[in-house]
Design a protein around this ligand. Structure first.
Ligand SMILES: NC(=O)c1ccc[n+]([C@@H]2O[C@H](COP(=O)([O-])OP(=O)(O)OC[C@H]3O[C@@H](n4cnc5c(N)ncnc54)[C@H](OP(=O)(O)O)[C@@H]3O)[C@@H](O)[C@H]2O)c1
Length: 329
């Protein structure tokens, strides 16, 4: 294995400041939720990570439970880091999360200090890392005092096992409280990871203002609606697709006629604008000012290259956005 990245990899990407923090993130980031598990092909996974890095995508997003089986995406990523990217560790922003079910018993999920800190240690061991750049509370836990969950993020940062704290899937009110608690511990909340796409535009309402006011960055996950907002399902459900695979999280019934009739109209609009539907969908997310980075998943290098064309696009104008939004109503 002999990886030698191109010397101009940083000239191809755009970077945006993450809230009121010291770091910038690539406008496009890569997530390892699907296609990097123990069930997936290692050589494809490696090719995807290295192609991304070579294109200036220096942010890789993981979680304890990504696989399947849970934990295996971190193992795969650790192997790639070890074989190809060790020299470049200081160029990377690597995130992981804890919140969903990881091991049996009462301490294997949600937001307790016990779970979060044990999970972070496990994630570091799987990836062979001394620290991650961002450690997230993966979901708001209504049963655990927010002070305890945020206290665990603060401990992760103060111990040096994480450089920044983040939250994901928190409603606006809990986001404000979480940020205040972290602020009081001198551990700013760097980023919020939110599901945001043309299929789920609601997340922007309410959170955009809260995040801007608090100086927190925002990274949008599933910006392609797990593939629905691309050409992937225009002619049915391919066996190799996320909806076609037994372990994929996309259910066949989500690809229904109501959704697909809108997707076809979006596709016509994209064709008129001489771009792919994937580019249009990604640029719609990116065009919102509160978005720092768009977090995609890919199953092939071709998909990644298509998505990278986002970087050459200007954000959509208000009239272009209105036009797109009118299709989704
Ligand atoms: N915080 C959270 O709770 C949470 C939840 C979910 C995800 N995430 C993060 O967000 C990341 C992205 O989520 P996601 O994978 O659902 O994002 P997505 O970008 O909406 O969907 C990715 C899927 O879309 C298809 N695709 C991508 N580019 C394509 C292209 N150019 N043409 C045709 N199809 C294309 C591929 O499907 P096929 O596999 O069918 O080819 C790919 O696997 C995850 O990896 C994870 O890091 C976070």
């Amino acid at each position: 294995m002999n990886f030698s990245p191109s010397s101009d990899r940083y000239s191809q990407m755009k970077y945006k400041r993450c809230g009121r923090s010291g770091i910038s993130l690539p406008v496009l980031s890569l997530g390892l939720w699907h296609n990097f598990g123990g069930v997936d092909d290692f050589n494809t996974a490696r090719a995807l990570v290295l192609e991304a890095f070579d294109s200036g995508i220096i942010h890789f997003d993981l979680a304890n439970n990504y696989g399947p089986p849970p934990g295996s995406a971190e193992i795969t990523f650790g192997k790639i880091l070890n074989s190809d990217l060790q020299t470049y560790r200081d160029e990377l922003i690597i995130s992981t999360k804890a919140g969903y079910l990881m091991w049996p018993g009462p301490y294997g999920e949600w937001g307790s200090r016990k779970y979060l800190l044990a999970s972070l240690d496990q994630s570091l061991a799987r990836m062979g890392l001394e620290y991650v750049d961002i450690f997230y509370s993966h979901r708001y836990d209504p049963q655990t005092p927010l002070e305890e969950t945020m206290g665990a993020l603060n401990s992760a940062v103060k111990s040096g096992k994480a450089l920044y704290a983040g939250i994901s899937n928190y409603p606006p009110e809990e986001t404000t409280r979480a940020a205040e608690i972290l602020h009081d511990m001198a551990c700013p909340c760097l980023i919020h990871q939110v599901k945001y796409s043309l299929l789920q535009p609601e997340a922007g309402k309410g959170l955009d203002k809260v995040l801007s006011r608090l100086g927190i960055g925002c990274i949008a996950f599933s910006p392609l609606g797990q593939g629905i907002l691309t050409s992937r399902y225009l002619d049915g459900i391919p066996k190799s697709s996320r909806a076609g695979k037994a372990h994929g999280f996309l259910r066949e019934e989500e690809i229904n006629q109501t959704v697909m009739s809108k997707v076809r109209l979006l596709n016509d609009l994209a064709t008129k604008g001489e771009m792919s539907l994937a580019e249009l969908s990604l640029n719609w997310v990116r065009s919102h000012k509160f978005i720092t980075s768009v977090l995609v998943g890919v199953s092939s290098v071709d998909q990644l290259r298509t998505n990278l064309k986002l970087i050459g696009l200007e954000p959509f104008s208000q009239s272009q956005m209105d036009n797109i939004n009118s299709i989704m109503k």
